[in-house]
Design a protein around this ligand. Structure first.
Ligand code: GAR
Length: 199
């Protein structure tokens, strides 16, 4: 149970796919003072966050791409849940400029490569790992960064590297990178918010 007397920061977690990062964030912040996952948003009714929301009693809203673009729909929703920060956990739609303006330096993304390598439009999930495999690079990893108007170009907060060996398939690289994502994403968000909010 979180104390109602101390300041609470509310996170909205956006996800499009399986939702394993969203799950880790939910369990991590469940046991932390001050910071709570308060809303899930997805563009995909099959996303893992739909069941995750039921499991943890956290509201889920399914948005069409168009709804995301319309500030008249999403802004009141984020306000209703007192959302302070947005977290993109495998969210594959571009965040519209109106949200970037409303949440300046308050939107986090995790990307499954060592940015600036293998970032940008169309570079997500397995496309990233296949590109790494085909490049012959001997390392990959994940990047936690702030979101600005350009895909994968916001300020980098953290990177974790993994070694890539010639015998690894793109799937092996994906598995190794995802494991690191689960370890770093929530602590990086927590530390950024605590510093910024003086918590
Ligand atoms: C994660 O590997 C995340 O880094 C990636 O999608 C996967 C989502 O997994 N995101 C991107 O590629 C964004 N460009 P999850 O749904 O199991 O958390």
């Amino acid at each position: 149970m979180k104390s109602e007397n101390i300041k609470q920061i509310h996170l909205a977690v956006f996800a499009s796919g399986g939702g394993s990062n969203a799950r880790v964030l939910t369990t991590f912040f469940e046991n932390r003072a001050n910071i709570t996952v308060s809303l899930f948003l997805t563009n995909n009714p099959q996303s893992g966050v739909v069941t995750l929301g039921k499991e943890y009693n956290i509201p889920v809203r399914v948005l069409s791409g168009k709804t995301l673009e319309e500030s008249s729909v999403i802004a009141p929703l984020l306000k209703e849940f007192c959302i302070d920060y947005l977290v993109l956990a495998g969210f594959l739609k571009k965040i519209p400029d109106h949200l970037i303006k409303t949440y300046p330096d308050k939107i986090f993304n995790i990307h499954p490569s060592l940015l600036p390598k293998y970032g940008g439009k169309g570079m997500y999930g397995h496309f990233v790992h296949e590109a790494v495999k085909n490049s012959g690079d001997d390392r990959s990893g994940c990047t936690v960064h702030l979101v600005n108007e350009e895909y994968d170009k916001g300020r980098i907060l953290h990177q974790t590297e993994i070694p890539v060996t010639a015998d690894m398939s793109a799937e092996d690289i994906a598995t190794a990178v995802l494991k690191e994502e689960h370890l770093c994403f929530a602590p990086v968000i927590e530390s950024y918010i605590r510093n910024r909010e003086g918590l």
